[in-house]
Design a protein around this ligand. Structure first.
Ligand SMILES: Nc1ncnc2c1ncn2[C@@H]1O[C@H](COP(=O)(O)OP(=O)(O)OP(=O)(O)O)[C@@H](O)[C@H]1O
Length: 336
């Protein structure tokens, strides 16, 4: 955490100089909130589901309460034109990196001179996307009095000081299986044997989600199936999200749009039907379960050709994962 007076934030060059705050620790979280309330820039990083949202929400609410500021949520899937008309008048912006960058590129009116607070959730994505220099340039042009809390669940070069023993919650049981054939059959039998559970299944792309959603609805596995992907409008996504959290038992087929930042309470299982892009994506996907001290289980399905590379990446990130040699280990009922 930078203790100086509102330093210019430069994700690539400056943030790593001092140890960022591990917001998983309640004491540290209190400290984070305290620093943010005093107008300091904060870089917070903690495991998925540990409660980072509160760390930036309290300072935002305090700032909004004491000054009649306007606040805006800038996220993908919403009407870009409508956002563009309002963004230059917004004093507090809470955003995801992708959408912020889109406004920087496409919204001529985005001058940010009235900006008092910029909250960037999932900050590590900025660096992943290779936009550190762009963000540097923008931050340098923001009003000097602005404040910028950044929060992330994965450790990048800029948050390498975090000394977590593992990068996933201790209450999460993680396994993987290598399966080349019969993947769809395996998924069907998995669902059939977890009818009393809440499950999220991650797929590679929108088309795969749409296709398998239609197939599985026809197969009628015996529990509600929902689908969440980037081809849906924001309103539809919110509807699916609310529907899923209301249901006691259900399976949600999703793309990585559901992998980060979304808080789905009481999810028992995360099944990755396809190998994630990298270890960070893996960590965010499994982070949809075992949230805030609850338990959860994760199963990753790999192709034999993916095993070596994925495992070494997970090992590097200190993800404790075991191989299951046979899916029968889970005593699933096979419906073939
Ligand atoms: N002090 C607390 N006591 C009980 N529950 C809490 C507390 N703080 C946060 N939670 C709950 O924990 C869950 C996870 O919190 P939150 O969504 O802020 O996590 P996060 O760290 O932002 O996760 P992610 O990295 O996945 O975005 C939420 O349901 C939240 O209500």
């Amino acid at each position: 955490m930078e203790k100086g007076r509102r330093p210019n934030l430069s994700p690539k060059k400056k943030m790593g100089k001092k140890s960022p705050t591990d917001t998983a620790d309640p004491e540290k979280r209190q400290q984070t909130i305290g620093f943010a309330l005093h107008g300091k820039d904060v870089l917070g990083a903690a495991k998925t589901g540990s409660g980072k949202t509160l760390s930036f929400l309290i300072p935002v609410l305090e700032l909004g309460k004491n000054h009649e500021f306007s606040a805006g949520l800038i996220i993908g899937g919403k009407d870009l034109k409508n956002e563009s008309e309002k963004i230059h008048r917004t004093n507090i912006i809470i955003c995801t990196p992708g959408r912020l960058l889109q406004h920087m590129d496409e919204t001529a009116a985005f001058h940010a001179s009235d900006l008092h607070m910029l909250v960037l959730d999932e900050a590590d994505r900025i660096l992943d996307m290779g936009f550190a220099d762009t963000i540097d340039a923008i931050v340098e042009n923001l009003p000097k009095t602005r404040q910028t809390p950044l929060f992330s669940a994965t450790q990048t070069k800029s948050v390498k000081y975090l000394k977590a023993k593992f990068s996933t919650p201790a209450t999460l049981e993680q396994n993987y299986v290598c399966e080349l054939h019969q993947k769809v059959n395996m998924l069907f039998s998995f669902i059939r044997s977890h009818l009393q559970k809440k499950v999220i299944v991650f797929f590679a792309c929108c088309k795969e989600v749409q296709y398998l959603f239609r197939v599985f609805c026809r197969l009628r596995p015996g529990m509600p199936i929902l689908a969440l992907h980037g081809k849906q409008q924001q309103m539809k996504r919110v509807e699916v999200y609310n529907d899923f959290i209301k249901k006691k038992n259900a399976v949600l087929f999703a793309t990585d749009i559901a992998a980060r930042g979304l808080d789905f309470p009481a999810v028992n299982w995360v099944l990755q039907f396809v190998c994630p892009e990298d270890a960070n994506t893996y960590i965010h996907r499994v982070g949809r379960t075992a949230r805030y001290k609850e338990g959860g289980e994760a199963l990753l399905v790999l192709l034999p050709s993916e095993e070596e590379s994925m495992l070494s990446q997970l090992q590097e990130k200190k993800v404790p994962i075991n191989r299951i040699h046979s899916i029968m280990h889970f005593k699933w009922t096979c419906y073939e």
